[in-house]
Design a binder for this molecule. Structure first.
Ligand SMILES: [Zn+2]
Length: 148
């Protein structure tokens, strides 16, 4: 299912070519809320449909983000990676799963994931500003707690 446009992002999205935004209905992995694929000549299979990646693709995991605010926050987070990509900053490669395997607990993995990667931290701060959710508030709290 195609998510309605990202124009709700307002000024942040002005003059930026919008990526395709999709709900990944059949995703059974609840370990993340969203995924960003940078613009490329590739095509991907999403819910059985072939999707071109020429404009870049944001995929939101519908299972882990059932609430509207969480979906909006995940869209904003992944859109920030799109902005980073278009400004020439490469996308981060470190996954939350890797942090979880290394740290053992969800809370410690969240702190490592955002604190060790400036691009992820930037995406968190951006998404929490334009589309705050319970998750983004929790992650900001965990990061502030780790700094104390
Ligand atoms: Zn991210």
């Amino acid at each position: 299912m195609i998510v309605d446009s990202l124009r709700w992002l307002g000024r942040a999205a002005r003059n930026i070519p919008l990526p395709l935004a999709l709900h990944w209905e059949s995703c059974d992995d609840d370990s993340y809320g969203g995924l960003y694929l940078k613009p490329s000549p590739k095509t991907y299979l999403v819910d059985g449909a072939e999707v071109e990646c020429a404009r870049g693709i944001i995929i939101v995991n519908a299972i882990s983000s059932p609430a509207g605010r969480e979906v909006a926050n995940a869209l904003a987070h992944e859109f920030r990676h799109h902005m980073q990509q278009l400004s020439g900053t490469p996308c981060p490669g470190q996954s939350f799963r890797q942090c979880l395997n290394r740290e053992g607990t969800y809370e410690r993995a969240i702190v490592r994931f955002f604190a060790s990667n400036p691009l992820e931290l930037d995406a968190l701060v951006f998404s929490h500003r334009v589309a705050p959710s319970d998750s983004s508030a929790n992650w900001m709290d965990l990061l502030q707690g780790a700094r104390r």
